[in-house]
Structures are given as structure tokens and as C-alpha cells.
Ligand binder design. Structure first.
Ligand SMILES: Nc1ncnc2c1ncn2[C@@H]1O[C@H](COP(=O)(O)OP(=O)(O)OP(=O)(O)O)[C@@H](O)[C@H]1O
Ligand SMILES: [Mg+2]
Length: 460
């Protein structure tokens, strides 16, 4: 239905144009800036050269060509085309053109410089003209762009075919991994309405260790010592946080405290964890094949992992039915398990776990589910990306039991926000709440030495 045109919507009289006498309004095109013009000319030139290159190169042998040889070929072609067109270029532009053409042929085109920049965490492509990056927790728009939608689709295709997957109108999204381990999600039309979108979480070449997390201000060294102690004492830990809050990073950092003598099985949707130990079996889920069959989900893998004589099971992130099996495992002697969950507070994290278990459709009374959570899980580590982009541990809470039908928890550490500086930096402090964890003796028995204090400030 069209909206009724009411009097209030009427155009004010002063703006009414008499169509018989008025001249056609001249619509002024938006003039591109000098910078835009230069960029467009550069992209056009590159596109022409790219096509000429595609004609000339024999792609069946491209993997065998030494990059230096290819570079010489590309440079020769650029020189030839430029002199034919009489388009002089500055030497820096010439080099840039050659580099970008090399990236097109060997890599992921315009994404290559962003992939090579170690200060970038995430690369987010929203259609062919818009690319954002995340650095130190803050999003920035870049001037990277693709020639057109076809160019972007070609890059997506390159990413997914390499790992034997595909993306098309029937299943327009795909999870993939780049050769260097970076995690990728791509989604195309018709679901991505404004054009193909890619989200890349770059693989950390130097994963953040617990020490580095402490020096980056993500937590206090006292809290770090407690977290390391929990792992050594084989307590079951749930790491919780919002999107990109640092859950996987924390799981990785905590896993470094697992003894070399243990057999670890990891389960992930897209393998990201970088465990340093030698004895690790990595399992990854598999999406359905084009005819819809053959998928392997996290639940299948958890069940299989239990038959693999694991000392520890680590699930990258619980999302569904596998939560039930993890809880069962935690309650039947598989100690030292760790996983992450997407939730905004420690209390919400327990709610999410409960929800995922009940979603299974198993006829278990809620009180039984809660009792399993309360006895299976020992600690919840809550992470958050604060307003200034910094990722911090905002609470470390111990699960103490169940009262009535409420799971009881006590905070051992919290981050207290004090204020915000003029340039937007969040100021705060990590404080031990003064509560002595119930697991204190367990930690001691496991040989964990938390120094002279028991986190309550009392010395022994
Ligand atoms: N304390 C930190 N300081 C600086 N950078 C961090 C910190 N923790 C994590 N990062 C970086 O932030 C990015 C997101 O971290 P991570 O992948 O661990 O988050 P996540 O919560 O697992 O995200 P997702 O919800 O997408 O799975 C990564 O690039 C990581 O290197
Ligand atoms: Mg993660």
C-alpha cells in the first residue's frame, strides 16, 4: 500500500515549481576529488594490465615459477604496455603496480598488503568498495578497494577453492581458512544484500602469551598466576566474552600451562588454536557436502574425542549440543577441560550453557542441568573489549555450588573502571575481591604456588 499523502507531507509553497515555465533543473554530478580520480585511473590501468597478464601467463605452471622470474615477466609487460600507451609512471608507482599485479597472480590481490601488516587483527570487506580493518581494538576504514564485484568474487573463489569448498547462490556463505591459518567467513548475494562480504580474523604469528597479556594490561599478574594455577590443578574453566573480546587468545595463553606429558585433544569449527605442546590431536568439524550429507559437527567430535584417551579436551567455542557432552565429560572425571562461550557476563555465560543443554531436547529437569553445570564447571573468566578497544579480563569467578535452583558464584578478581581519559582511554584497576577461592587447597595440593598471599591480602 502506498502511504496516504497527507497535508502535513505537502511540499511547502515556496518550493513548488511551475512545471510549465520552469527550466529543467540541472543535476550537478558529484565531482570526484583529485585523489579519487588518480585512484580510479590507477585501478583501470591495473585492470588492463591484469587482463593482459592473464592472456600471457600460462597458469598451469604458475606454481612452479620462481617469484623472481614472475616479477621480471610482470615488470616487462608493464613496461611494454606503458610505453605503447605512452603513459609515463613514477618509479614508485611502477613498483606499486608490479607488486599489486604479483599479489593478483600469486595471492589475494588487494588484501595482500593488509594480510602482511602485523598490526592488523581483522580485515572486513563490505562489498567491493569498502574495506575496514581492526587495529588495537579500533575499526578504521582503508582506501583498499576491488575493481568491481567480479574482482572481489574472484578473490573469494580463490580462498574457498583452495580448501575444496565452494560458495554459490544455493549456499551463499562459507567458512574457510587461509594458508597462514587466518579464519575467514565469506557471504555473497543474495544473502549479502550490498555485495560480497569477507570477514578475516588474522592468524596471530606471535600468539599473545600470558606474560604479554599482563604487560598489555589485559589482567594483573596475580590474576594471571591464578589462571595458570587453575590449568595446572586441572580445574574446568569456561572463558566467556563477546565477539572478538579475546576468548581464543586467552584459551591459547592458558593452555600453555598444560604439562607436556599430557595428551590434548582440541575440537574446533575452524582450527585457530596454537597449542605449543607436542602431544596434541587437532580435530575440526566439516560442513555438509553439496548434496547435503557428510557433515561432522562438534558434538560428533567431542564424542569421538572421549574415545581417544584424552588427558584434556579443549573445545574452541561451545555453540550447541556438544555442550551437553562436554558437561557430562567434566562430571565424569575428564578434568582440566577448557572452552569458550559467547556471553557478556559470567552469569550470562552460565545461562547460555544451560540454554544450549536444554536446546538438545533431552528430557532433563532444569535442576539436574544446573546441578551438572555447578559440579562440572569450576571457574568462569569473563573478557570484554572496552570502549577504548582494549581487551581485558573483567572478572574471574569461582562456581561454588547451588542454592535452591541458583548456581552460586563468587568473584575472585574484578576489573573496576575508574574513568575515561580525555583521549578516550578507559582507566581502571584489577582488584582481588579479598575472597579466598574455595579451590585454594586443591591448588596447593596440585603444587600451585600463588606466592605468599592468598589473594585476600593475608600472608601465610
Ligand atoms: N589482550 C589483548 N590485547 C591485544 N590484542 C588482543 C588481546 N586479546 C586478543 N587480542 C587480539 O584481538 C583479536 C581477537 O581475539 P580473539 O580471536 O581471541 O577473540 P575471540 O573472542 O575469540 O573472537 P571471536 O568471537 O571472533 O571468536 C585477535 O586478533 C587477537 O590477537
Ligand atoms: Mg574465538
Amino acid at each position: 500500500m502506498f502511504k496516504q499523502f497527507s497535508k502535513r507531507d505537502a511540499v511547502p509553497q515556496t518550493n513548488v515549481v511551475d512545471l510549465k515555465t520552469a527550466e529543467a533543473p540541472v543535476l550537478k554530478p558529484i565531482e570526484p576529488s583529485e585523489e579519487d580520480k588518480e585512484l580510479i585511473a590507477f585501478l583501470e590501468l591495473k585492470s588492463r594490465l591484469h587482463e593482459a597478464l592473464l592472456d600471457r601467463l600460462n597458469f598451469s605452471v604458475i606454481d612452479k615459477i620462481v617469484p623472481e622470474e614472475l616479477r621480471r615477466e610482470v615488470a616487462a609487460l608493464v613496461t611494454e604496455v606503458l610505453s605503447r600507451d605512452n603513459t609515463p609512471l613514477r618509479s614508485s608507482e611502477f613498483q606499486r603496480l608490479v607488486n599489486e599485479l604479483m599479489d593478483e597472480v600469486l595471492g589475494l590481490g588487494p588484501l595482500e598488503p593488509l594480510l602482511a601488516d602485523p598490526s592488523i587483527n581483522d580485515i572486513l570487506v563490505n562489498g567491493h568498495k569498502t574495506v575496514f580493518i581492526e587495529r588495537s581494538g579500533v575499526l578504521e576504514r582503508t582506501n583498499t578497494r576491488f575493481r568491481d564485484e567480479k574482482h572481489l568474487l574472484r578473490i573469494i573463489d580463490k580462498i574457498v577453492t583452495r580448501i575444496g569448498r565452494r560458495v554459490d547462490e544455493s549456499v551463499p556463505w562459507v567458512d574457510a581458512r587461509l594458508e597462514d591459518g587466518s579464519r575467514v567467513n565469506a557471504i555473497i548475494r543474495p544473502c549479502a544484500i550490498d555485495g560480497p562480504s569477507i570477514s578475516i580474523r588474522k592468524f596471530a604469528k606471535m600468539p599473545l602469551t600470558m606474560d604479554r597479556l599482563v604487560s598489555a594490561g589485559a589482567l594483573s599478574d596475580q590474576a594471571a598466576a591464578l589462571l595458570q594455577g587453575l590449568v595446572k590443578a586441572r580445574l574446568n574453566v569456561l572463558i566467556s566474552g563477546g565477539t572478538g573480546s579475546g576468548k581464543t587468545t586467552m584459551l591459547n595463553a592458558m593452555s600453555a600451562s598444560i604439562s607436556e606429558r599430557e595428551r590434548i585433544v582440541t575440537i574446533e569449527d575452524a582450527a585457530e588454536l596454537q597449542l605449543q605442546q607436542e602431544h596434541v590431536v587437532r580435530l575440526e568439524t566439516r560442513p555438509p557436502n553439496p548434496s547435503g550429507g557428510g557433515s561432522v559437527n562438534q558434538r560428533d567430535l567431542v564424542r569421538n574425542a572421549l574415545r581417544m584417551r584424552p588427558d584434556r579436551i579443549i573445545v574452541g567455542e561451545v555453540r550447541g549440543a556438544e555442550t551437553f557432552d562436554m558437561l557430562q565429560a567434566m562430571n565424569t572425571g575428564h578434568d582440566g577441560s577448557m572452552t569458550t562461550v559467547h556471553a557478556n557476563s559470567a552469569r550470562d555465560a552460565l545461562g547460555r550453557i544451560e540454554q544450549m543443554v536444554t536446546m538438545m531436547g533431552i528430557d532433563l529437569p532444569m535442576s539436574a542441568v544446573r546441578a551438572q553445570i555447578a559440579s562440572g564447571l569450576h571457574f568462569v573468566v569473563q573478557l570484554s573489549r572496552l570502549a577504548d578497544g582494549k581487551r581485558r579480563v573483567i572478572s574471574v569467578s569461582e562456581i561454588t555450588g547451588i542454592e535452591g535452583d541458583v548456581i552460586t558464584m563468587q568473584d575472585i578478581f574484578i576489573y573496576r573502571k575508574i574513568g575515561v581519559t580525555e583521549d578516550g582511554e578507559v582507566q581502571g584497576e584489577f582488584i582481588p575481591t579479598g575472597i579466598r577461592p574455595r579451590c585454594w587447597d586443591v591448588l596447593k595440593t596440585a603444587g600451585v604456588d600463588l606466592g605468599q598471599t592468598d589473594l585476600s591480602g593475608r600472608t601465610h
